[in-house]
Design a protein around this ligand. Structure first.
Ligand SMILES: Nc1ncnc2c1ncn2[C@@H]1O[C@H](COP(=O)(O)OP(=O)(O)OP(=O)(O)O)[C@@H](O)[C@H]1O
Ligand SMILES: [Mg+2]
Length: 327
């Protein structure tokens, strides 16, 4: 089997909490706490979970916008923590990000042409006259036109602005795109158009996606595999069909209870959880989900469940499945 495009092992990000007159470090927010996964070339890995579970922090570490506290990241066969300057520049071209709010991430004072040109200037890609052509080409590719190049971000609708955000991410011919809630700010009717565009682009350009979202409904169709995060950790990871039809982790089951089922014949077990997500500065002992879990057992607040495969290609971190695990 081919080496995956991206391999993440034991990734952690702890943010210091400072307080008092001298800003002493009084604690840590464990935003991402020991996350491991791989992404294969050409696939889409969805990452879902409630607000604050560490999705964006994971994405920002992969973009090297944030330094990990601990862990390994391997991209395209290379250790991302040990890249030379020129390898680092190449890696920055190869991994691009699409953000939730295209308005906030596009400079309002620049024309679309200038916004799209910028990555080429930064990375010194192509001759100046070719750069303009690339801008026009990409506008067409994302469903806009050359005449949009002279306009400013505020002159576009939300869906069009996200197309510009996608075009900007594509300017450097990246291999991996990290899309952080790319359609969450859009009307439902526009969401489908942008998702379809992303899928078409993936096929045409052989892109690999990490697709971050709050709810499972949005990632279902676009993802090959889906990872579910809770309080800085992955609790379940498998192919999207299995995740939707036979979720194992009680937290995934609860998330899915909130997603409407299109087939009325199909009955999914309803799992309702109560309470709020605990603080990542002071996560519960043992399994972090035990404070909200309807299936809680004696072991759950004492022992951290291992995130491991319990069926082929299906990993879960839950004591309910301890006996299915290969010893
Ligand atoms: N720069 C920072 N300094 C301190 N804490 C941070 C920082 N960035 C994020 N956090 C905290 O880390 C945790 C994870 O945040 P993150 O933004 O990764 O969550 P998320 O899953 O993307 O949430 P959302 O769905 O709301 O976007 C949160 O508790 C957040 O408050
Ligand atoms: Mg986020």
């Amino acid at each position: 089997m081919n080496e995956p495009l991206l391999r993440v092992e034991g990734l952690k990000k702890y943010f210091p909490i400072r307080s008092g007159l001298f800003s002493r470090v009084s604690g840590q927010v464990k935003a991402v706490d020991d996350v491991s996964f791989v992404v294969n070339e050409g696939e889409t890995l969805g990452i879902v979970g409630e607000s604050g579970c560490g999705k964006s922090t994971t994405g920002r570490m992969l973009m090297r916008l944030l330094d990990p506290t601990e862990g390994k990241m391997q991209f395209n066969g290379k250790d991302m923590m040990k890249l030379s300057d020129s390898e680092m520049r190449a890696a920055r071209r190869d991994i691009q990000m699409v953000f939730q709010d295209p308005y906030a991430s596009l400079n309002p004072r620049h024309t679309v042409e200038r916004i799209l040109m910028e990555p080429l200037n930064v990375h010194n890609i192509g001759k100046p006259e070719d750069r303009k052509k690339k801008v026009y080409d990409l506008l067409e590719i994302v469903g806009l036109s050359a005449y949009h190049a002279k306009r400013y971000p505020h002159q576009f609708s939300g869906g069009q602005r996200q197309r510009i955000g996608i075009a900007r991410a594509l300017m450097t011919n990246p291999k991996l795109i990290i899309a952080d809630e790319p359609v969450s700010a859009l009307d439902v009717s526009i969401q489908a158009q942008v998702l379809n565009l992303m899928q078409d682009l993936q096929e045409e350009l052989n892109l690999t996606y990490i697709f971050i979202a709050h709810d499972l409904g949005v990632v279902r169709h676009i993802s090959d595999r889906v990872a579910v995060m809770y309080l800085g950790q992955m609790v379940e990871l498998t192919d999207s069909e299995t995740l939707y039809d036979k979720p194992l982790h009680p937290y995934t089951q609860a998330l899915l209870s909130a997603v409407p089922v299109p087939d009325p014949e199909f009955e999914r077990e309803q799992v309702v959880i109560s309470g709020d997500v605990p603080s990542p500065a002071n996560p519960p002992s043992g399994c972090r989900f035990h404070t909200r879990c309807p299936f809680r057992m004696d072991i759950c607040d004492k022992v951290v469940p291992k995130f491991a495969e319990v069926q082929s290609g299906h990993s879960v971190a839950c004591h309910l499945y301890e006996e299915s695990r290969p010893q």
